[in-house]
Structure formats: structure tokens, C-alpha cells
Ligand binder design. Structure first.
Ligand code: APR
Ligand code: PHB
Length: 385
């Protein structure tokens, strides 16, 4: 079978299929260096960790990943710890998506199914028939055709698969853009906090995250029109100090090794299938990063898709592929709601009434075990059926 896109979704799908004895070819249009350097999210739900460990790519994750029992919610004068372990019996892990991709690429190149980098002109064809194919040009500029039983479109938000799915079925796209963006930095500085801090502040949201005991990942809400060139290190650290201010505590500074501005949107493309072409991960849906759901959703999609493909190709049963889109979308919408809710609760809109509602919601989450548990269950990830 053919897999378009070698991000976490495509690579993990190929690995899960190989473990079930199903061959695949992964086609990636970027270079290995590019996909291994791309800085992305960093929080894994328990079920994502279990999936990666079960797929035999969890050794470094278990060694180097940091288990987090909860998060802190902050607003001026208050920093409140939510203990997920206590609230819902589950935890999350800090381990960069970049590291997940490196582990998956290494496993794939070590005797796994073919993974072709730097391909171009990738196009799925005849997806409504029994024998779909993918046309592409390989890294040596030779046109190729890959005949497939089924095709997975795991080529991210800007890929070629989603337009093909939308072009054939009465589909629909659901979208919300937010008037916010995140300025994210990586810094060689030991995190000054044991757990992540989600901070509401009149000047805008800030998030204190990390990648390891010596590397911090920090975000500031900025206007989407902001340009990264206008943010000096000094301006970034000063804004972080202001938004995280809490008693005598302070943010740890260090050399900034990466910086970028990320747009925020919610996006869902339905259905997630046309004929023998199936979408998974960012190819079908985007969530704003506030709930740390993007990577976990991609992992949940391909876990479901691997089981459905195995049932189709090995047992000749179509029940799971037929159920795939609706079942995957149920989780997608849950995560879309949660990410929208976290985003709405924490970002400065500029409206004074909104700010009062946000503070009331934050106080509620911290005062009520039921409200806190609702956040904890969603953040740590609902069980995959
Ligand atoms: N042909 C081949 N590969 C393609 C094409 C194409 N036409 N278009 C895009 N790709 C590749 C991209 O270069 C990328 O490596 O598909 C891959 C898609 O990977 P991701 O964008 O990482 O998407 P996904 O694997 O679904 O992972 C979702 O990524 O964006 C984050 O927050 C998101 O953490 C989540 C995760
Ligand atoms: C990250 O570390 O990149 C991160 C953590 C939590 C989020 C979003 C991003 O909610």
C-alpha cells in the first residue's frame, strides 16, 4: 500500500502495518534532515506513549521523556496546580515530536518498509476503483507509479490528498481562525518549573513548556500580523517575565536556538475517506496548539487506520474501513472542542467582558473537582475504543 507523507502519522502507520505483516511505501517530499529538524509539539498522551512503545519505537522515549502528572494554571496573583494523576488516573509525557519523528525514521531505515525522501509530483489516482495508484517523481527525477490496495493521505495540512478526497465526495470543510498567533522559542535554559504553566494575563497568554531538563520551550500570544524580526531576545524575555510574574519566582533565561510565529486555527475536513484513499492526521484536521492535541490525534487516527487496513487486506472485511471516517471524526470533534475551549479560556481577546468570563472559568476549574476532572480527562486523552 502507499502512504503519502512521512510525518509522524505516515511513519507510524507504516510501522504499525509492518508489525501486522503488511507492506507499504512511504513517499515524503522533503529531505530526511528537514523532517527531523522541524520543531513541533511536545506533549504525548498516555495512549500515544503506549502506541509508540507497542510499535517498538519507545526506548528513547521511555529513557528521555519526562512524565508530567499535571499542569499549572495561572492568572495574576494565582498559580494553581492541577494533578491529572489524582483527577483521572492518567499522566502525559514531554517528548518532542521532532524526537518521535527521528525514532520512527531510524526504525524505518533499519530494515523497515521503504521510505523515499525528496520525491515530487505526488498524485493519488483512481481512488474510486479497486486498484488505485500513486504517481510521483523520485529523488533521481525518474517518474514512478506505485500500484496500491489502499492509499493513506498523511501529507499534512498542505498536502495533495485532501483536495482529492474533497473533489470526489459531497464533503465539507469546517473552519475557525482565531485572531491570535503564538510566538514560540526554544532556549538552552533549564525550565524554572516542574510542570507546564498555562498563564492568562491581561497582556496575553503565555505557556511555559520544555523539551528536556536543559531546554525550555516558551510561547507568547501575539497578534497574527506580528513579524518575528520585531521581537528581539530582550523583548521576548521581558514579555515572558511580565506574563509569568508570580511572587519571587522568575523565568530562566538562556540562548534562544529557534524562534517562529505560528498561526492558530481549527479545521476539520469531512469525510476522511474517498474510495480507497484515507486521510489521517493534519491532512484532515488542525487544532490550535493550546490543548496539545495535534500529534496525539494523528497517532489515534493511524492506530485506527492500521487496524482497519489489516482487516481489509488480511480478512477481506470492509467493516472497519467503512467505520473509519465516522469513528475517527468523533475523536477529532472532541479534541476540536477541547482545543477551542482551552484557547478561548486563555487568550486575550481585547474585550473586557470576555476577560471576566475567562477568569470566572479559570477560577471554576481550580475550585471544582468536577470542572478540573473534565479538563484532566480531555488533556490526558480519552481512551481509544
Ligand atoms: N507529497 C509527499 N509528502 C508530502 C506532500 C506531498 N505532496 N505534502 C506534504 N508532505 C509531507 C510533509 O513534508 C510532512 O513531512 O507530509 C508530511 C506531513 O507531516 P505533518 O505535517 O507532520 O502531519 P502529520 O504526520 O499528520 O502529523 C501531525 O504534526 O503539524 C503537526 O500539530 C501537528 O503534531 C501534529 C502532527
Ligand atoms: C509544546 O511544548 O510545544 C507545547 C506544550 C503544550 C501545548 C502546546 C505546545 O499545549
Amino acid at each position: 500500500m502507499g502512504i503519502i507523507g512521512g510525518g509522524p502519522a505516515g511513519l507510524l502507520l507504516s510501522r504499525l502495518l509492518a508489525l501486522r505483516g503488511i507492506d507499504s511505501v512511504v513517499l515524503e517530499n522533503r529531505s530526511r534532515e528537514y523532517v527531523e529538524q522541524r520543531i513541533r509539539a511536545g506533549i504525548l498522551e498516555q495512549h500515544s506513549v503506549d502506541t509508540l512503545v507497542g510499535a517498538g519505537v519507545g526506548d528513547r522515549l521511555r529513557r528521555e521523556g519526562l512524565e508530567h502528572r499535571g499542569i499549572h494554571l495561572q492568572w495574576p496573583g494565582t498559580r494553581h496546580a492541577l494533578d491529572f494523576q489524582q483527577l483521572c488516573g492518567r499522566t502525559v509525557w514531554v517528548y518532542g515530536q521532532t524526537e518521535v519523528v527521528k525514532d520512527l525514521v531510524a526504525a524505518q531505515l533499519d530494515g523497515g518498509p521503504p521510505l523515499l525522501f525528496e520525491v515530487s509530483d505526488v498524485m493519488p489516482e483512481d481512488v474510486d476503483g479497486e486498484r488505485p495508484r500513486i504517481r510521483f517523481t523520485d529523488a533521481d527525477d525518474t517518474p514512478q507509479v506505485l500500484e496500491c490496495d489502499v492509499i493513506a493521505g498523511t501529507d499534512g495540512f498542505h498536502g495533495v490528498s485532501r483536495p482529492v478526497v474533497q473533489g470526489g465526495t459531497p464533503g465539507r470543510v469546517w473552519e475557525r481562525t482565531y485572531p491570535y498567533a503564538w510566538l514560540g522559542i526554544l532556549a538552552d535554559a533549564p525550565p524554572a518549573t516542574d510542570e507546564l504553566i498555562y498563564a492568562w494575563h491581561p497582556e496575553g497568554f503565555a505557556l511555559y513548556s520544555m523539551r528536556s531538563p536543559s531546554v525550555s520551550r516558551l510561547y507568547l500570544q501575539v497578534d497574527p500580523s506580528e513579524r518575528i524580526e520585531d521581537w528581539s531576545d530582550q523583548r521576548i524575555w521581558d514579555a515572558l517575565d511580565t506574563r509569568f510574574a508570580f511572587g519571587g519566582w522568575s523565568v530562566n533565561r538562556g540562548p534562544v536556538t529557534d524562534r517562529s510565529i505560528l498561526p492558530m486555527r481549527s479545521f476539520v475536513s469531512t469525510p476522511m475517506r474517498r474510495g480507497r484513499l484515507f486521510l489521517a492526521g493534519d491532512a484532515a484536521h488542525i487544532v490550535p496548539p493550546t490543548g496539545a492535541k495535534g500529534l496525539n490525534l494523528a497517532i489515534a487516527d493511524v492506530t485506527r487506520l492500521a487496524a482497519a487496513f489489516a482487516r481489509l487486506l488480511q480478512d477481506r472485511q470492509t467493516d472497519l474501513v467503512d467505520a473509519y471516517s465516522d469513528a475517527a471524526l468523533a475523536r477529532v470533534w472532541r479534541c476540536t472542542h477541547f482545543s477551542w475551549w482551552m484557547t478561548s479560556m486563555l487568550h486575550r481577546s481585547g474585550d473586557a467582558f470576555d476577560a471576566q468570563l475567562q477568569l470566572s472559568q479559570l477560577r471554576r476549574v481550580c475550585a471544582s473537582e468536577a470542572a478540573a476532572r473534565e479538563l484532566a480527562e480531555n488533556y490526558t486523552g480519552l481512551p481509544v475504543d
